[in-house]
Design a protein around this ligand. Structure first.
Ligand SMILES: Nc1ncnc2c1ncn2[C@@H]1O[C@H](COP(=O)(O)OP(=O)(O)OP(=O)(O)O)[C@@H](O)[C@H]1O
Length: 254
């Protein structure tokens, strides 16, 4: 379980450009469930994920992962427990390395190793099995550099890399937003299969209301760093969410 307690975060503090994103924000994310976070541009979704993942420091507050306060842990240390897939298919993978090297790196997360001893021959069968499940033929391209893969193939690889060590938490930051609709559906299906298989506690940011409802257990809508909707996904409709967005937009324009 993830608990965020009394989170405060501002950017450009004490300047004319100061933005207060979170002012005493609290949230609990249930174990083994997928929670979708939606909300209009700039409401603080990515900032929240960056704070949880450790790439942005919080000003005040606590982040507890399975009861342990991780708010002071460096990003590399957190990444042993937290997997992440980004919007940009080039992040989360090393494009100039091969598929095999990328998978080996992900497998070594949290361990000390030398590049010369990166690839363990006895692990290759395991990687081939993981790739076969994707059904994209990537198991025949182990020595292909990742920069030669399509965006969708990279996101699939990124997903495998983020989940192969069964992290305590998975952060999906609009991970299908840069893909065409067909590939996006394939990645969402793969995501669902992996989450069901490993029961990983997941936070998924999405601007796609349909996906957010279909693939999550719970929907949270943020607005200016505040939770304005928090419901089981089965009790929310796409029309309802679009209506709330419209009302917010009218408030902003008025
Ligand atoms: N490193 C930063 N320095 C200064 N301002 C930042 C920084 N990161 C985010 N912000 C600002 O904080 C606000 C929230 O940004 P954030 O990226 O969390 O929004 P978001 O809800 O993820 O938006 P989107 O849906 O467009 O991705 C925005 O006004 C953004 O410009």
């Amino acid at each position: 379980m993830l608990q965020i307690r009394n989170l405060w975060k501002s950017f450009n503090k004490n300047t004319d450009n100061e933005i207060d994103i979170f002012k005493g924000f609290n949230l609990e994310i249930e174990k083994n469930k997928c929670t979708a976070i939606i909300g209009s541009n700039g409401c603080g979704k990515s900032t929240l994920l960056n704070i949880i993942g450790g790439s942005i420091a919080l000003d005040q507050g606590e982040i507890l992962l399975n009861g342990k306060d991780i708010s002071e842990l460096k990003e590399e240390k957190r990444s042993i427990h937290i997997g992440r897939v980004y919007q940009n298919p080039s992040m989360g993978v090393s494009p100039s390395l091969t598929i095999l090297e990328n998978l080996s790196l992900a497998d070594k997360k949290g361990e000390k190793f030398t590049l010369r001893k990166l690839i363990k021959k006895n692990k290759i069968d395991k990687y081939v099995e993981l790739l076969k499940e994707l059904d994209l033929g990537l198991e025949d391209k182990l020595n292909t550099k990742v920069k030669f893969l399509s965006g969708g193939q990279r996101q699939c690889l990124s997903l495998i890399m983020a989940t192969m060590k069964h992290p305590d938490l998975l952060l999906l930051d609009e991970h299908t937003a840069a893909l065409d609709p067909k590939t996006s559906t394939v990645i969402m299906q793969k995501t669902k299969e992996l989450l069901n298989k490993y029961s990983i506690t997941t936070i998924m940011i999405s601007h796609n209301m349909k996906d957010a409802i279909e693939y999550s257990d719970r929907i949270i809508m943020l607005d200016s760093g505040i939770v304005v909707l928090d419901r089981p996904s089965i009790n929310v409709t796409e029309e309802e969410l679009i209506q709330i967005y419209r009302e917010k937009l009218v408030q902003i324009v008025a």
